[in-house]
Design a protein around this ligand. Structure first.
Ligand SMILES: Nc1ncnc2c1ncn2[C@@H]1O[C@H](COP(=O)(O)OP(=O)(O)OP(=O)(O)O)[C@@H](O)[C@H]1O
Ligand SMILES: [Mg+2]
Length: 268
């Protein structure tokens, strides 16, 4: 299962992560650690969708956050376009952060309740100092709102006035506005009704075709992952237990853990 080259768009090599769960009193040194990831290697190339699947606690979000630079790993390295992200200069790191965006399960929770949707979507442009002209920013935000299938007047509403599905569209617009190469979707449709789920999944597919975006699609539901992904990576207890094309992994799982996941997806 070793990955030989670093010539991928994004590549995590032998990623390990230990969380400190208990410290010695006073001296504060770690007393007890929990290994969430153990030498996991993962790659993604331009415009592909890689599904990351596994039960709750298997380490999917931790891996996604490390690959996207939100969290540090305890061992191993992350390379974006062949550059180790820990060795990047500030300009390179900023470009990396712009190019790797996230969509989470609870978009409302990550939106400031007193910001209008136009401010929510424009926020990454400001944070990354990508657009200083307010007219240009307004036009870009409105184009994003149209792109994700929301009404124009959504721009002046507040997150609390939108449904879960509408909020997830806003989260997609917010990720898209900086023109990223990769979006890490962490349980992005898990909180939605099945019919809304299908609409959001299809929107993500349309957006991918138009902008050649790569998705790391994290979900505990292998059925959803199979619908979205070209390749599937299966994780169990912090390790990769199986990888392959979506067709291979879903239709012909080899590892008993994957077989269990597939069986439970048919049962539900
Ligand atoms: N900050 C932390 N401190 C201690 N342990 C943590 C921390 N964050 C995560 N963990 C543990 O690491 C393991 C992996 O967590 P992670 O959130 O990556 O799992 P997951 O596969 O995304 O699960 P879910 O499907 O529930 O989102 C879990 O056992 C979790 O309890
Ligand atoms: Mg998670």
């Amino acid at each position: 299962m070793a990955i030989e080259t670093r010539h991928h768009l994004l590549y995590g090599e032998d990623i390990s992560k230990q969380f400190v769960v208990e410290r010695w009193p006073l001296i504060g040194k770690p007393r007890k650690q929990f290994t969430a990831l153990e030498k996991v290697s993962f790659y993604i190339d331009e415009a592909e969708t890689v599904g990351l699947v596994g039960e709750s606690g298997s380490g999917k979000s931790t891996l996604g956050e490390i690959l996207g630079g939100l969290r540090l790993c305890s061992g191993g390295s992350v390379y974006y376009k062949g550059l180790n992200i820990r060795e990047m200069n500030p300009t390179q790191f900023q470009a990396f952060r712009r190019n790797v965006q996230f969509i989470f399960q609870d978009p409302k929770g990550s939106m400031h309740p007193h910001f209008k949707i136009r401010e929510v979507i424009g926020e990454p442009l400001k944070t990354l100092r990508l657009c200083c002209d307010s007219n240009a920013m307004s036009r870009l935000v409105e184009a994003m709102i149209a792109q994700v299938g929301l009404e124009t007047d959504t721009a002046d509403k507040y997150p609390g006035q939108l449904s879960g599905g509408q909020c997830q569209r806003v989260a997609i617009a917010r990720a898209l506005v900086v023109n990223p190469q990769i979006i890490i979707c962490d349980e992005a449709v898990s909180a939605l009704d099945v019919s809304v789920q299908a609409q959001i999944l299809n929107l993500l597919k349309d957006v991918q075709k138009q902008h050649r975006i790569a998705y790391i699609f994290i979900s505990h539901d292998i059925g959803v992952v199979n619908y979205m992904a070209d390749r599937i990576v299966v994780m169990n207890r912090g390790k990769i237990v199986e990888t392959g094309t979506a067709q291979q992994v879903f239709m012909n799982p080899v590892d008993p853990y994957t077989q269990k996941l597939v069986a439970s997806s048919f049962a539900s």
